[in-house]
Design a protein around this ligand. Structure first.
Ligand code: URA
Length: 253
């Protein structure tokens, strides 16, 4: 691996350059598992194949977590309300990824995504669909809790995209459900969640189903509550049907 660094350094006139994070992870993977002979594109194919060993998946998960825990790309990690970074959780082999906005109070306290009231509702929705929460991958666009749970700033989203991009690259989901407008706008900037929910977006070879955030459901009452619940239910069902079409053998239990 030293050779690879030297080649890069000589190409850039001996200056130290920051390697892309995905390449760093793959370099470490090569080193750890003695996979030096394999090219990066072959290695990525190997990482994505269904038969991939649990050991390799765990290794990548831990590498991405290390990068997250050391992250200082934006000032959110210094915010008073923030106590810890909240990594994504679930299966690194899942064809389905759920993406929220940013951790709230409970998520920050426990270091896990979607474990507060909105998270409880999300778990109920998954259970009603006969899906074990552990068999999907659940994450947020931003991994640190913003002050007063405000919407993350564009600069925070951009900084934290380094981590989300690693999750997307290594998990390579077939279908994503975006929860609320922040993750929707990550994939389709300047979109309105009201107009976009329930409308498929096909980006980077991934089917993306935008739906409302569970916290939005919790804020509704009366007729609006019934309508929004039905809409989210319908969006989830369509997303799961798409996963089953694309990955019929994946076991959600
Ligand atoms: N809301 C989010 O968007 N993410 C969480 O993890 C919790 C609440």
């Amino acid at each position: 691996m030293q050779n690879f660094n030297n080649i890069i350094m000589s190409v850039f006139g001996g200056r130290e350059i920051e390697l892309p994070l995905n390449i760093k992870v793959l370099m470490n993977l090569k080193k750890e598992f003695g996979l030096d002979e394999i090219s990066y594109s072959e290695l990525l194919k190997k990482v994505h194949c269904d038969e991939q060993s649990q050991e390799i998946r765990e290794f990548i998960k831990n590498e991405v977590r290390k990068i997250l825990y050391e992250c200082k790309y934006c000032p959110l990690h210094l915010a008073d309300c923030h106590t810890q970074k909240v990594p994504g959780e679930g299966s690194w082999n899942s064809p389905l990824m759920l993406i929220g906005e940013a951790p709230g109070f409970e998520e920050d306290r426990l270091g896990r995504p979607f474990v507060g009231r909105a998270g409880e509702l999300l778990t109920v929705i998954l259970n009603k669909l006969n899906i074990d929460r552990k068999k999907v991958y659940i994450t947020n666009v931003v991994k640190c809790r913003p002050p007063q749970n405000r919407t993350p700033l564009a600069s925070e989203v951009k900084a934290c995209s380094k981590i989300l991009e690693l999750e997307l690259e290594f998990i390579s989901p077939k279908v994503i459900i975006t929860l609320g407008s922040v993750p929707l706008n990550y994939f389709k900037p300047k979109s309105s969640i009201v107009q976009s929910r329930g409308q498929w977006i096909y980006e980077r070879g991934i089917w993306i189903m935008p739906t409302f955030h569970p916290a939005f459901i919790l804020r509704q009452g009366g007729e609006a509550l019934k309508r929004v619940k039905w809409q989210v239910w319908s969006d989830f069902n369509r997303a799961i049907a798409k996963v089953k079409e694309l990955k019929p053998d994946y076991d959600f239990n």
